[in-house]
Design a protein around this ligand. Structure first.
Ligand SMILES: [Fe+2]
Ligand SMILES: [Fe+2]
Length: 193
């Protein structure tokens, strides 16, 4: 198939074709929202950033053992350009792929993927159960508590922030800001839902 520039609607359809798990879909929407926010902040194409965020874990639900291996097949079959595929695969650098994040988009995806999980866990600890009234300090307080959100790899986030050349606290604030824009869709709008 010839490649084409994918639309957001197409990306969302593809996501739903391969994912039915509610928390995985919410994770995809969270990463999309943060990528969109960051793309805008860096003055780049927020739509492209968001689309890549939305499909970054495309293969995970169906092929957890082949994570980062099946997504390129799905995306190639759907006619997605190689630069999108490279970006998707690079989020698993050192974990499920050997593709190093090089572009600003790729470094951002690598840095914020796990961080969205930590922000979510910290938001759910709050009385409001919301990201709308939450600040970076809530996440920072839990940073060294290894038992809290134990599945979230803090080292990957720190490595990502360093790759990107941004301050960790600022990255956490930006991730919260991005997630606020999708608070309802990702189930983190608290009582306002
Ligand atoms: Fe992943
Ligand atoms: Fe992810």
């Amino acid at each position: 198939m010839e490649t084409h520039t994918p639309t957001r609607a197409e990306a969302y359809q593809l996501l739903l074709a391969h994912n039915s798990n509610d928390s995985l879909i919410k994770h995809a929407l969270s990463v999309e929202a943060v990528m969109r926010y960051m793309g805008r902040k860096f003055g780049e194409d927020a739509d492209t950033w968001g689309i890549i965020g939305l499909v970054h874990d495309l293969d995970y639900e169906e092929f957890p053992e082949l994570h980062c291996k099946k997504s390129p097949e799905f995306l190639r079959e759907a006619g997605w350009p190689e630069e999108y595929i490279r970006a998707v695969v690079s989020h698993g650098w050192g974990i499920c792929s050997d593709v190093e994040p090089l572009s600003r988009l790729e470094k951002t995806l690598y840095a914020i993927d796990e961080l969205t999980g930590l922000v979510k866990a910290a938001a759910l600890m709050r009385p409001s159960r919301s990201v709308l009234d939450m600040e970076a300090s809530s996440v920072k307080k839990k940073w060294k508590d290894k038992k809290f959100a134990a599945g979230v790899n803090r080292e990957v986030i720190e490595k990502g922030a360093a790759l990107l050349g941004v301050d960790l606290t600022e990255l956490i604030s930006d991730t919260i800001m991005g997630m606020r824009e999708a608070a309802r869709e990702i189930g983190l709008a608290g009582a306002a839902q």
